[in-house]
Every structure is written in C-alpha cells, then in structure tokens.
Ligand binder design. Structure first.
Ligand code: ZN
Length: 237
C-alpha cells in the first residue's frame, strides 16, 4: 500500500498544510479573529521538517509565537502562554489568541509509518525521532523516567506520556503519536483555562497531527474550537 492509501486509511480527511492553515483562518475570521487583531502561537516538534507549517501560519497570520518542544509537547507552560498573550494587539478593548498544537509522524512513499528521507543523507530517518527513542527505551525494558538535566525535554516527554500508557504495553509509533496529541491537547487546554481571562479575551485552540509525506506535509485535523464571548464554538476542518 503506497503513501496515499495509507494516509487515507489512518488519517482520513488530512489536508495539505497550506489548505489546512487557510481553512483555519477562514473558519476563525467570521468569529472575529484576523491577522491584524490576533496573536498566534505554534506548538510543534523542533524537527526541521515540521517548520513548514509554522512558516505558513506566519505568512497567513503574521508573526507566530513559538511554544514548541521536542515531539510538539507543550512544556512552555503558563509563562510561555502569558508571554504570547501579552504580545496580543488590543482591538476594541479585546485581545485575541489562536494556538496551534500538533504531534507529528512520517509516512514514506511505500506507506511505511515513521519513515522519511532527509536531504543529503542516504539512510532512512524517523519522525518523530523523540517518540521513536522513547518507544525503543520502553521496548528495551528499562525505562528511565528521572529528570536528566542534560536531556530535559526528552525526560519530560517520558514523564508526561508514561501516565497515558497502560503498564507493560508498548504502543506502536502511530498510537504513541495519537497519545502525544492528546497530551498536547490536555496540557494546552488546562493551561489556557487557568490563564486566559475570557471576559476580555477570545481564543481558539486548533490541534492535529502533522504528517510528512514523500511530496510534502499534511495535517490531520483533530479537536479544534474557539471561545468567543465566553461561548465555545466547535471548528470543523
Ligand atoms: Zn519530532
């Protein structure tokens, strides 16, 4: 089964990155979010093959605050969110924020999950490498979940995700990518609830899985919504 069939099977409704970002903009515009009155933040993996979506978001929305960590995990916390919020334009007495959060995975031309090619390198590569390393450590039967000060983000990934994994079971990379997405959603959502004053601000949380294909990147949209005048509006992408 080649790339397209696998993409359709495991990520039905996935969109090209440009189409995905344009769609989020056109869905949010009628709710009052526009490039000139909104600060956008992006929480994706540090991997260079992930950065195209941030470039597109910057192009569509203007500058984007970077909340990213390895695997797309949200570790920037309250301080990171508050910094982004304090950079928002104030229009008609209101601040508007949009947050994008994504985990990521590669699918190669033969439909193999997790595999990709890197420019200038012959051997196959893996995405997400941080999640693959975590999975490998679990498979080795010796998982270290202490905080290694020389490997802070990877330690935090393990500490956070192990809480969502059934003891003794080692998830496939695809399942681990979905588990990571749900951790990103929960952590962003809980932090936003704690710090955003919905009396004077509207915000949106857009989430999904970024998929690296042989001909470019896609996004499989997941739970996305906006809080406008304290009311929640689901966004279908
Ligand atoms: Zn990654």
């Amino acid at each position: 089964m080649g790339f397209e069939k696998v993409l359709e099977k495991i990520f039905p409704g996935a969109l090209g990155e440009v189409g995905f970002v344009q769609k989020t903009y056109s869905e949010l515009k009628p709710m009052g979010f526009r490039s000139e009155n909104t600060i956008v933040s992006v929480c994706i993996c540090r991997d260079e093959i992930s950065q195209s979506v941030r470039s597109i978001i910057k192009h569509v929305w203007g500058e984007a605050f970077n909340l990213s960590s390895l695997a797309g995990m949200f570790f920037a916390g309250k301080t990171g969110i508050k910094a982004a919020m304090h950079h928002a334009p104030i229009t008609d007495g209101k601040e508007r924020y949009v947050f994008y959060g994504m985990s990521h995975i590669a699918i190669d031309s033969e439909g193999r999950i997790g595999t990709c090619r890197r420019t200038g390198r012959q051997e196959e590569s893996v995405a997400c490498g941080a999640l693959a390393a975590f999975q490998e450590e679990m498979a080795g039967g010796r998982l270290d979940v202490s905080l290694d000060i020389e490997d802070v983000e990877q330690s935090l990934i393990k500490m956070r995700l192990i809480k969502k994994i059934t003891y003794g079971r080692i998830p496939e990379l695809l399942e681990l990518t979905k588990i990571t997405l749900s951790a990103i959603q929960e952590d962003l959502e809980n932090t936003l609830k704690g710090v955003v004053d919905t009396e004077k601000s509207d915000y949106a949380l857009i989430t999904g899985i970024q998929v690296h294909g042989p001909d470019g990147n896609y996004v499989w949209p997941s739970s996305s919504y906006a809080i406008v005048n304290r009311e929640r509006h689901e966004i279908k992408l």
